[in-house]
Design a protein around this ligand. Structure first.
Ligand code: ADP
Length: 379
């Protein structure tokens, strides 16, 4: 019976904490490995082990007593996951899936080999080699490994930008004229069942280049919606996925859908599923790892997600005041991550706003955003 299974998660951030929250509903106990003793999961997990998720020894030590292991970030030691799998620990997603995705080059080549539309890119060994490709600029340079939240990604406009480029193995992608950025969370279990959530639309603040609103369901037309869902399903099948996968995509000015990147774990673009869908992405992952059937992914509300970003010190208002003010707005669901300290620019939480119609959700989201701007992030 799965209730007795010992389950471990590599990574103790907010995604892990939300997984734990849903594990409680299933009567499950989750242990966590993270290098930060103040990680959001630290006080919620059934067993917290301090250690590096990229260290073979730390992952082995953590995993050896477990029945099931999963991840909440890609920066994990897959050699250890393979070794644990050989010892009988069930690993979700498969270590090979994580390996393919960890490296942006192998990820892209995998997608190309399966005829999935991607942004064309070439391999770059270092800054020196970049100089030989100046004819490709403007282009988008991405570190092959360990980039997240836009770190590890830079637009090179002219040859002058090369001096400040990463000096590490990277890929150089064609610059896309992006009309929309969308994401589909797809889940697949060991029985081969596949389910997708509705695509979500990410709207960026054009000035700050920060994610502004994440909208679900979104009005991108039936054709783009179908393309996005077909692509996500095809990728889940190609990977023989056991788990959940976020498929971030660009819709180009010519209405083409291109895959930007994959994340084989709970993802920011699935935050809205907690209050906006019949089954949250966290519950879905738990269903996969415990061998339950997949849950219904359909939307139950129009949802807008807003990230709560730590403001600059001199602009920061009183957190309690702002949360109280926002808590008065109907449809607002606060997710505060309980991080021990806020560095400017750090994600401190998010808010899901649910409503019966898209228009109502937008009105409430604007009200929430304005409350934020006046109380939390004063200009
Ligand atoms: P991360 O893994 O850090 O989230 P992404 O690959 O998603 O990095 O890139 C971050 C952002 O950079 C994207 O959301 C998009 O706005 C922009 N971007 C990425 N690739 C391209 C590209 N090829 N052309 C134009 N803009 C891009």
């Amino acid at each position: 019976m799965f209730f007795q299974k010992k389950i471990g998660v590599l990574g103790g951030g907010q995604l892990g904490a939300m997984l734990i929250r849903h594990a409680v509903d299933f009567g499950l106990h989750i242990s966590v490995l993270d290098a930060d003793k103040a990680a959001p999961c630290a006080n919620y997990s059934s067993g917290f082990q301090l250690g590096d998720t990229l260290s073979y020894d730390d992952v082995m030590k953590f995993g050896e007593g477990l029945d099931i292991i999963t991840i909440e970030k890609e920066a994990v030691n897959t050699k250890a996951l393979r070794a644990l799998q050989e010892k009988g620990v069930k690993v979700y997603p498969a270590p090979e899936t994580v390996e393919t995705i960890q490296d942006k080059l192998t990820q892209k080549r995998f997608l190309e080999a399966h005829n999935i539309p991607v942004v064309p890119a070439i391999e770059i060994a270092n800054r020196e080699e970049l100089k030989q490709h100046k004819n490709k600029l403007p282009a988008c340079l991405k570190m092959r490994r360990d980039g997240y939240d836009g770190k590890g990604v830079m637009i090179l406009k002219t040859v002058d930008d090369i001096a400040n480029a990463f000096d590490s193995p990277s890929i150089l992608e064609d610059l896309v004229q992006i009309k929309h950025e969308i994401s589909v969370i797809v889940s697949r279990n060991e029985a081969g069942e596949v389910k997708c959530y509705d695509p979500i639309l990410m709207e960026f603040d054009k000035v700050k280049l920060l994610l502004d609103y994440q909208i679900s369901p979104c009005d991108i037309g039936a054709d783009i919606t179908n393309q996005a869902i077909t692509i996500a399903t095809k990728i889940a099948e190609a990977l023989q996925l056991k788990g959940i996968l976020a498929v971030e995509m660009f819709v180009t000015a010519e209405n083409k859908v291109l895959v930007n990147e994959l994340a084989p774990r709970p993802h920011n673009s699935g935050h809205h599923t907690i209050e906006g869908c019949n089954t949250s992405q966290y519950e879905q992952l738990l269903r996969v790892i415990t061998g339950m059937p997949l849950g219904d992914t359909s939307s139950t509300a129009h949802t807008i997600m807003i990230n709560i970003i730590e403001p600059a010190k001199d602009k920061k208002g009183n957190t309690e005041d702002v949360l109280k003010a926002i808590g008065r707005i109907p449809g607002v669901h606060i997710h505060w991550y309980g991080k021990s300290e806020g560095r400017p620019g750090r994600k401190m939480g998010h808010i899901n706003i649910t409503a019966k119609t898209h228009e109502e959700a937008v009105t409430l989201a604007n009200k929430t955003r304005n409350t934020f701007n006046s109380l939390y992030e004063k200009s």
